[in-house]
Design a protein around this ligand. Structure first.
Ligand code: UDP
Length: 274
């Protein structure tokens, strides 16, 4: 059914139990898993988490009910923790089940990946068996360009093409390693190994100064998370490799971290009660 609203403040409750603002707001950007809308105050954006899952540069795609709700909560949890230990992020506050208010920033067109254990593209590229611990955390950069399949790049490319300065790169590595320490410890505490993850970094301006903050999301969509005891995958590889139910895996991560109630009954569609 199409709702047409007359007033800016109107809202409606949709089948997932969410209160969705019906105000017509400006869409700034739509990606594979999230949408960014203009925020209520200058310098803010609303980040909406979709249920869409994609892998292999969007060759594999599906809609996984409840994924957006889980990632909204998990990203809030991780970024609130990071803000709390002085690692700046774009997260301001959660607005509802699928949306959070974030600081608007200029996204640096790079994916910064940190690896603790060989997996995924590193295993393929270098022939290192998946699961091999690395001698130290390794930071890699990928150029954000879907058409090119996000190619790996070096600091030389980044400096030569002006995507970021050497100072930015030093700051990005420092940020990424602090995120790695925080997330590794957090996960280890609940019996999960942080194998690798990706962050995106944004630039914000404070008067004459600029600084870098962690942006986008931190969630099981952007991390590899393995159960320490069993090796079970609790991240997007469950979808990439058809290993089972993705929502169950993400719910398990959220449950262990105490982020979601044990029975997250509100994730699915409402059931008719006779
Ligand atoms: N990753 C991501 N988005 C991307 C590519 C990678 O979030 O577009 C994450 C991925 O989930 C993993 C880490 O970055 O935690 C390293 O991914 P990898 O380079 O191994 O690529 P993949 O095997 O995922 O294609």
């Amino acid at each position: 059914m199409l709702y047409v609203c007359a007033t800016r403040a109107a809202s409606a409750v949709f089948p997932f139990g969410e209160r969705v603002s019906m105000a017509r707001r400006k869409k700034i950007y739509e990606g594979k898993a999230k949408i960014l809308y203009e925020g209520p105050e200058p310098g803010t954006l609303v980040q909406y988490f979709k249920d869409d899952a994609t892998a292999y540069n969007a060759e594999k795609r599906d809609v996984i009910e409840g994924k957006g709700v889980l990632n909204n909560r998990l990203s809030e949890f991780f970024m609130t923790g990071l803000n709390g230990i002085g690692v700046p992020t774009h997260f301001l506050r959660r607005l509802n089940m699928r949306e959070q208010l974030v600081r608007a920033c200029e996204i640096i067109p790079l994916e910064v990946v940190v690896r603790n254990i060989a997996a995924g593209s590193m295993s393929k590229r270098l022939g290192i068996e998946e699961g091999t611990p690395l001698p130290r955390p390794i930071v890699e950069y990928y150029f954000k360009d879907d058409k090119l399949g996000d190619p790996m790049v070096t600091e030389e490319h980044i400096a030569a093409f002006g995507w970021a300065s050497q100072q930015d790169m030093d700051d990005m590595v420092a940020l990424a390693l602090r995120v790695n320490d925080y997330m590794s410890g957090l996960m280890y505490g609940v019996g999960i190994r942080l194998v690798d993850f990706k962050i995106e970094v944004g630039r914000i301006y404070d008067g004459d100064y600029q600084r870098l903050i962690v942006a986008d999301e931190i969630s099981p969509d952007s991390c590899r998370l393995w159960d320490i005891e069993t090796g079970q995958k609790l991240d997007k590889d469950v979808f990439r490799q058809d290993l089972g139910n993705l929502t169950d895996a993400y719910t398990e991560v959220a449950r262990r971290l105490g982020v979601m109630p044990k029975q997250a009954t509100h994730l699915g569609k409402p059931k008719l009660i006779n």
